[in-house]
Design a protein around this ligand. Structure first.
Ligand code: NAD
Length: 243
């Protein structure tokens, strides 16, 4: 039980990888704050954890909104006193060539995927005791990418630079900051990708399950990863190794 007595806050906990991470943290003893803008998915995650005998609460928030982010953090702190693990997982994609991307779409992707990480770190880290962990969910798109997803790839590349810098600032408090970068994982985000639905992009190579990523996230968040800081664990079934 690596997370007994620990409080874990997971954004985007109402679906896919975030939902699996919430379930795994709870199964390993954590009290889990599930943050999502989707009340149905978030409540489903909480109900499943409670039915399995665990502890969880749902806080509805658009992670890009400062007041809503602060309210979600306050809900976890008011229930359990502090936050030990922060997982910044909520994200969105757009699928247009860059020159056809509206300014509004650019700003929305950067706000949901990157500004949210700043907001949750800014307001949750003061509530974390020394020895806590932040896990930011990046993507293989931070390393190698495809056409028509430049805002998304940019947000994930920015997230990895953010992670390295913040890890240095928090080293004295022994709060570790890392990324986990998934490859293709069988979630609604992958299944709803219009390029995959239309066949324009073929799904080749390994496809992971949400539970595979939950295992990687919980490892990086746990004390077993005490010497891992300011870096990215790529969990992609070997995708980045292929030509
Ligand atoms: P998903 O679409 O299944 O889940 C994302 C969750 O985030 C949803 O519950 C959604 O409601 C929530 N969310 C989105 N925007 C939000 C907002 N503004 N405020 C609050 N909640 C919001 O996606 P997933 O595949 O589980 O993705 C999780 C993470 O993994 C993301 O950061 C994604 O970029 C990353 N990732 C996924 C894959 C993949 O193939 N699935 C690959 C690489 C990286």
């Amino acid at each position: 039980m690596r997370f007994s007595g620990k409080v874990c806050l997971v954004t985007g906990g109402g679906s896919g990888i975030g939902q699996a991470a919430c379930a795994r943290f709870a199964a390993e003893g954590a009290q889990v704050a599930v943050v999502d803008r989707d009340a149905k998915g978030g409540q489903e995650t909480v109900d499943a954890i409670r039915q399995a005998g665990g502890q969880a609460l749902f806080a509805q928030a658009d992670v890009s909104d400062s007041a809503q982010a602060q309210a979600a953090i306050a809900a976890a702190v008011s229930a359990w006193g502090h936050i030990d693990v922060l997982v910044n997982n909520a994200a969105m994609m757009t699928f247009t060539p860059l020159l056809g991307t509206s300014e509004a779409d650019w700003e929305r992707v950067i706000a949901v995927n990157l500004r949210s990480v700043f907001l949750f770190c800014k307001y949750a880290i003061p509530q974390m005791p020394d020895g806590g962990a932040v896990v930011n969910i990046s993507s293989v798109h931070a390393h190698e990418t495809t056409p028509n997803v430049v805002p998304y790839a940019t947000s994930k590349g920015g997230m990895e630079a953010f992670t390295r810098g913040l890890s240095l600032e928090l080293a004295a408090r022994k709060i570790r900051v890392n990324c986990v970068a998934p490859g293709a994982v069988d979630t609604p985000m992958l299944r709803n990708n219009p390029d995959i639905k239309s066949g324009a992009e073929k799904l080749t190579g390994a496809i992971g399950k949400p539970a595979d990523l939950a295992a990687a996230i919980c490892f990086v968040a746990s004390d077993e990863a005490a010497f891992i800081n300011g870096t990215t664990l790529v969990a992609d079934g070997g995708r980045l190794d292929a030509l």
